[in-house]
Design a protein around this ligand. Structure first.
Ligand code: C2G
Length: 139
């Protein structure tokens, strides 16, 4: 069984995330997603999520490509995870290209092209703009 792992926040789950998860699963038979915990997001990634860890975990677990969701608590856990879960392939989006090449001492490293036109930040910005337009319309 070929085991794949990927890491991320996956807040406001969108089709860019799904593209990544689909491609990662297609590399093997079993996909583990290490999901950034709320504290890790806030303290280390400067991200304030809309959905909590448990809400984001529930969403990921409902995706057919995902076989297991584990917590991502720190940047440094990756090598341990690879050993613990007997990972064959570490897969990330291309915005991380080169950042995890050190992992190739432990497993194959694959970077997939990031889905360009969508991001969680873009979704949040679009909603803010829509709200502003509504406010101006009511002035
Ligand atoms: N992604 C993508 N296309 C997008 C948005 C995201 O391919 N339009 C990919 C990212 O490259 C990443 C994964 O989806 O591989 C999850 O993205 P995020 O939730 O933004 O996660 P990130 O903040 O990159 O956290 O230790 C690694 C970090 O936890 C990665």
């Amino acid at each position: 069984m070929k085991r794949i792992i990927t890491y991320g926040t996956f807040d406001l789950l969108h089709y860019g995330h799904i593209n990544l998860l689909k491609r990662a699963k297609e590399l093997g038979d079993y996909l583990i997603v290490a999901l950034s915990e709320d504290e890790f997001n806030e303290k280390c990634k400067n991200k304030k999520c809309y959905f909590s860890y448990y809400e984001r975990k529930q969403l990921l677990q409902s995706i057919r490509y995902v076989d297991l969701v584990i917590p991502e608590k720190c940047w440094e856990q990756k090598v341990e995870d690879i050993k613990l879960y007997k990972i064959d392939v570490f897969a990330m989006g291309s915005d991380w290209k080169g950042k995890f090449d050190f992992m190739s001492d432990h497993c194959e490293v694959v970077y997939f092209p990031r889905t360009k036109e969508i991001s969680t930040t873009q979704i949040k910005d679009d909603f803010k703009k829509a709200d502003l337009k509504k406010e101006w319309a009511n002035v």
